[in-house]
Design a protein around this ligand. Structure first.
Ligand code: PLP
Length: 377
């Protein structure tokens, strides 16, 4: 199958030669019937595990009732999802789109319109997506180089270096931060740095946005990762896990920063799709205190196990967004794990990333650690 597809699909991903046809909980099944233990969950997407009954039933039910109406009208699941997210945030308005990059685009436009300023302060090593605006705020020169010139006005500070925030100037209307840099190697921000960024945003009249596309919806052990930083932002972007694998993106705007957009300022044909929003409502309901507590416990157990593996120099992360800095290249380790029936990710040349579904149990963790131990030995 993959050999045939090779000819028909643009080669933007370095795809492994496996075609998945089914998923159930922590497991994926290939077209040859082989089962794989999933410690990637998409890339931190399938938070509740494959075919989780709650979003599955909600999506099925909505599919049978109504699967599209224009955003010129209201649909029930979109309103219900917005209300749930507002309640979790502590008072916010939602704009729905279809991906993380689109949520970032919405944040970039919102900040320009609300503050009247075009500058953006982002971080070196950050990742915010592949569209031109999101790429402009992505602090990874290798991803940007072939596509310059990008959107002007973005400056990059160094994560957790408070002094480097001073590279910001008066024209900055948006400070864009991942609470834990995911693609950049799983580097958590410190509360002190987040507090300094919030202070700077206030000083400059800028909006502070946490990009929670990867960290949001329970991945780090709290519903939003920013809840562990002690800082309340004006904007939050969400995507990946929000609908457990159906495509969705979301910009949340705090009630006290509302009023930036008026009708006609922004739009998305598919944004707020009823089937996807129905699934996302079920996801929000499932990510309750009990699940969040088990994410924290499972994260600690996995981190301790990984720290004891051969070739692991350091373990970083929060909750179930974890990385191991290796004494060797990560790509061959990822490939060897796949051969052994375990899906894991990399996040940089020597960084192995583990983002299992939040429902991972101790037996799954032990099985994954056994495979990793064999591969790294
Ligand atoms: N922001 C962060 C923090 C991400 O990790 C990603 C994707 O990995 C994105 C934005 C872009 O999301 P998408 O691939 O859905 O456009």
């Amino acid at each position: 199958m993959s050999a045939v597809l090779d000819q028909a699909v643009l080669p933007v991903y370095p795809r492994a030669g496996v075609t998945f046809v089914e998923g159930e909980g922590m497991w994926l099944v290939g077209d040859d019937g082989r089962r794989y233990l999933d410690f990637a969950a998409g890339i931190a997407v399938v938070g509740l595990g494959h075919r989780h009954p709650a979003p599955l039933a909600a999506a099925h039910e909505q599919l049978d009732r109504l699967w599209h109406a224009s955003n010129l009208y209201w649909t029930e699941p979109m309103g219900e999802l917005a209300a749930r997210l507002s309640q979790r945030f502590g008072g916010a308005q939602a704009f729905f789109c279809n991906s993380g990059a689109e949520a970032i685009e919405a944040a970039l436009k919102y900040a320009r319109k609300a503050t009247g300023k075009t500058g953006v302060l982002a971080l070196e090593g950050s990742f915010h997506g592949r569209t031109l605006g999101a790429l402009s705020a992505t602090g990874q020169p290798s991803k940007r180089a072939a596509f310059e010139p990008l959107v002007p006005g973005v400056r990059f500070a160094t994560a957790n270096d408070v002094d480097s925030l001073r590279t910001a100037a008066d024209d900055v209307g948006l400070i864009l931060l991942e609470p834990v840099q995911g693609e950049g190697g799983v580097h958590p921000l410190t509360p002190a740095f987040a507090a300094a960024a919030a202070e700077l945003a206030e000083e400059l009249g800028a909006l502070l946005c946490f990009d929670e596309v990867q960290t949001g919806i329970g991945r780090t052990g709290t519903f939003f990762a920013f809840q562990q930083l002690g800082v309340q932002p004006q904007l939050v972007t969400l995507a990946k896990a929000l609908a457990n694998g159906l495509p969705i993106g979301c910009l949340l705007v705090a009630d006290d920063a509302a009023g930036g957009f008026a009708p006609g300022d922004h739009a998305s044909t598919f944004g707020g799709n009823p089937v996807v929003c129905a699934a996302a409502c079920a996801v929000c309901d499932a990510v309750d205190d009990a699940l969040l507590a088990s994410v924290r416990a499972a994260g600690e157990r996995l981190a301790a196990g990984v720290a004891a593996l051969p070739g692991v120099l350091e373990v970083r992360g929060r909750g179930l967004l974890l990385a191991a800095e290796l004494d060797r290249e990560a790509a061959p380790v990822v490939a060897a794990c796949l051969d052994a029936g375990l899906l894991v990710l990399s996040a940089g040349e020597r960084v192995l990333r583990l983002t299992p579904p939040l429902v991972v149990g101790p037996d799954h963790t032990d099985l994954a650690l056994d495979t990793l131990r064999e591969v790294l030995a």
